[in-house]
Design a protein around this ligand. Structure first.
Ligand SMILES: [Zn+2]
Ligand SMILES: [Zn+2]
Ligand SMILES: [Zn+2]
Length: 147
């Protein structure tokens, strides 16, 4: 083909536009806030007996407490556990509760001494008898409350 036509073709060819360089995503992700309950797991010291049990309880449910009492306080040596045995609660210095079946100890300690069967603050682990008391605590007096 004649050079003039070739020149015309070249000049009429569209000039390629530069390919836009993709902008890297530089949006910083907010720092992940660990919830206080994970940083400060609620650990309740066992107060059963004469204060020699220094085990921190992590299961405050009636079943968990019963398991702990069976394993550490009513061992098969001398003072074995028996669901129908009756005895006094030995939690803390003084407990007003009447004699009860051993199988009731866990529920009793959970409900009376730990209030773990009630509402529980997810941040500090404190127990509350009512949901509105817990809500007020979380809004005000909880030591781990978020600002
Ligand atoms: Zn104990
Ligand atoms: Zn008691
Ligand atoms: Zn709290």
């Amino acid at each position: 083909m004649p050079p003039s036509i070739l020149a015309t073709m070249l000049t009429t060819m569209p000039i390629p536009t530069p390919i836009p360089v993709p902008i890297p995503m530089t949006i910083p992700s907010p720092p992940i806030q660990a919830t206080p309950s994970l940083v400060h797991p609620a650990r309740t010291p066992c107060l059963w007996g004469d204060g020699t049990c220094h085990i921190a309880l992590d299961d405050l449910s009636p079943a968990g407490l019963t398991r702990h009492l069976k394993a550490f306080h009513f061992t098969s040596h001398g003072d074995p556990w028996g669901n129908k045995r009756r005895g006094l609660c030995a939690w803390g210095a003084h407990c007003d509760a009447q004699e009860m079946n051993f199988e009731s100890f866990g529920k009793h300690v959970a409900a009376v001494h730990l209030r773990s069967t009630a509402q529980r603050c997810p941040w500090c682990g404190r127990g509350f008898a009512r949901a509105d008391t817990l809500a007020r605590h979380m809004l005000g007096t909880c030591p781990y409350a978020e600002e």
